[in-house]
Ligand binder design. Structure first.
Ligand SMILES: [Zn+2]
Length: 287
């Protein structure tokens, strides 16, 4: 129901990467697919879709990162410095199949990390790509570093009447509302993060927290953990540093506000959109 890429056929072939000949050999395959990615995003074709090219230059282990195999076909991300137009991920991604969405999301997250992680965080030496893009290795101190993912939570808080808590930030377009969200602090559990953020942002005390689904969000490399939570209190006290406004909505309230244009919701590529849709359809666990 809420899974982001449950039907993806991208196999990251992590065990096969121990063979240093794997990526250079796959790069020579006539059917290999390359997604080029600049610091601004994945390069687009004339239709605005991800440009899927064949390898057209010698293999460079520092720039050519193996994403994996898609039903046997090698997929690579190629780091480029290019001013060409890029894919509007937030708009285009929901129309893609799970495999393409997985490949593009992985390309963005991986390239963002590699571009920022050239130097060893322990000794400061220049690092090199290993395991066909899965790791950066420091030959100076021997340390391996793996791509970092930053967890954040996004939560559907409901009260006893199954109303949903929505909030908006002042920087958003007028009328735009979404679920409450926030980054996890070091050492924090998902449940504790939900309770802390909802209390900080809206003054609501939350009881039981249930995990729903996750979504990698490659700006630059987060993992959104979607949750459902039961509100133990309903009186809203907004922390203006985090939110401009928060409100409880029933399904009827939301239908009406959407119909009049008073309120708008996040784009359908986001897990927020899908969780809200599931609540409207009565598909979330009852509070
Ligand atoms: Zn080092």
């Amino acid at each position: 129901m809420l899974g982001y890429c449950d039907d993806s056929h991208l196999d990251r072939v992590e065990a096969l990467r121990l063979d240093p000949a794997l990526a250079p050999t796959l790069w020579t395959r006539a059917d290999a697919v390359v997604l080029e990615v600049s610091p601004r995003g994945v390069l687009a074709d004339s239709a605005g879709e991800p440009a899927r090219r064949a390898p057209h230059e010698p293999f460079d282990p520092e720039r050519h990162l193996l994403l994996g195999l898609v039903t046997g076909v090698p997929y690579f991300a190629a780091l480029v410095e290019d001013e060409a137009p890029v894919v509007e991920f937030r708009i285009a991604a929901m129309a893609w199949d799970d495999t393409l969405r997985d490949a593009v999301t992985t390309t963005l997250a991986l390239s963002n990390w590699h571009r920022e992680s050239r130097f060893c965080s322990k000794c400061g030496s220049l690092t090199e790509v290993a395991l066909a893009g899965l790791v950066r290795h420091c030959a100076s101190c021997g340390r391996d570093r793996f791509p970092r993912t930053d967890p954040a939570m996004i939560v559907a808080v409901r009260d006893a009447d199954d109303r949903l808590l929505l909030g908006r930030q002042s920087v958003w377009a007028p009328g735009r509302f979404s679920l409450l969200a926030g980054f996890m602090s070091a050492g924090e559990t998902l449940e504790a993060c939900v309770r802390r953020e909802v209390a900080e942002e809206a003054g609501i005390v939350v009881g039981e927290v249930t995990y729903l689904a996750s979504q990698p969000w490659p700006f630059p490399r987060s993992l959104m953990l979607g949750a459902s939570a039961v509100a133990l209190t309903t009186s809203i006290q907004v922390d203006q540093r985090e939110l401009e406004e928060a409100r409880w909505v029933s399904r009827e309230d939301l239908d009406q506000a959407l119909a009049t244009g008073e309120l708008s919701l996040p784009a359908n590529v986001s897990i927020a959109h899908r969780i809200i849709a599931a609540w409207r359809a009565g598909e979330l666990p009852k509070p």
